[in-house]
Design a protein around this ligand. Sequence first.
Ligand code: AMP
Ligand code: MG
Length: 484
Amino acid sequence: MSGNDFRIEHRYLELPDSFYTRVQPSPLKDAKMVCFNHKLAEQMGFRADSESDWTGVGAGSELLEGMDPVAMKYTGHQFGAYNPELGDGRGLLLWETVGPDGRRWDWHLKGAGMTPYSRFGDGRAVLRSTVREYLCSEAMHGLGIPTTRGLFMVSAKDPVRRESIETAAALVRVAETHIRFGHFEFAAHHEGPEFVKTLLEHVISLHFPHLVNLPDDERYSRWFEEVVERTARTIADWQAVGFCHGVMNSDNMSIIGDTFDYGPFAFLDDFDAGYISNHTDQGGRYAYNRQPQVGFENCRYLATALLPVMEEDDVRRGLRRYEVAYNERFLQNMRDKLGLAIEDKADLSLIMDTFSMMHEHHIDYTAFFRALSNLHSHGHGPVRDLFVDRSVADQWLERYEERLLNESRAHDEREYAMRRVNPKYVLRNYLAQQVIQEAQNGDYEPTKALLKVLERPYDEQPENDAYAALPPDWGKHLNISCSS
Ligand code: AMP
Ligand code: MG
């Protein structure tokens, strides 16, 4: 671990001590490095000449000088019910570093063993879920969607009981912050207004520095508007790439709008508006088409926690930003995906009809928009091939081609832009499943190969065509367990 060019800080420890408990990680046995994100490390200001130097940190058997691990306390609403017992039950905040570009990074060791907030859990993470989280955070980053990141992960021999016996792993997850909506709920519902204020000032000064010098009331209201807007935009980005989070509890909502806590997530294969990626979510509370509304409900939980320190009118005004920000971003995303640069009043109905058509005919979401991004270079064939009933495709294409007549960009220019927003490669569940099986057999190369492809999801990468293939029969509608 040479060439460190970062500053060590641990500003979370400046919060009142009810916000955390110091906990030492419980070491894992025979840990091996699975993969290490060298590019990210470089951005954070260090180089890992030898990956294995970091295995001990991942295994929880080694702390670097300055690391002072704590389990964070937060609460939150899970499936609509308030749970006061939450907190880092298997993750520890190791320290915070500030890189050469001034960016701040929380280092969080997920799978580090039990903490006072473990409740019935064992404090561990299994290899399957660790690989999924690492892959998906890097896939989202590649797509340009705000997200926590995967710095490195290790795999160990310790058995972990889930639906069956699996093996333990740990992930060093990094993000500008790990503070969640649930931190504010904890402060408001258990500690009192002074704690909410302290947390607010902490978050503003570290993560919203442009607001620091505003007068008190304006600072809080502008901050809340921003949090609401960021949340809405991230979710609009999810909808546009067909991402289902799966567990949108308010303790899984990042205060800076990152996609946070990857569990039973999924990217849609064939489009299904009501798709439920989490098999324990029987009511479909977090189904794909409910995500925008749930994002708003989570902002309302946050709003409630802010009422003791903010004017009610300001809170209401902040909440109203959600719908505006969401609609604006979603419409823009969809216009970009369809390659529509000149605004037309009828575009919204074209977009909605496109979703209905894809839903009704089970059209592969990613493949459809990618094929559309090559419509004039490759012809109608690749789009039509996604339909069982070609006449449906022809009808839709006729309407679309007519709409394109209003556009002024040349076909190749439009399609180039479309390929920058319509990924060829997303983390389809079956792809994750394949590399997980190999990883469970001790071969991490397929995971690394998939990561490399997902780093550049918008590039053609003809040598990697196989990763863009539609799911095989066994890989459709995989049932993803919440137990991670
Ligand atoms: P999640 O569904 O992963 O967002 O976790 C919800 C809550 O359960 C958080 O407080 C986690 O820290 C905790 N938790 C999840 N899995 C475990 C586990 N295996 N051991 C202890 N706590 C856990
Ligand atoms: Mg969580």
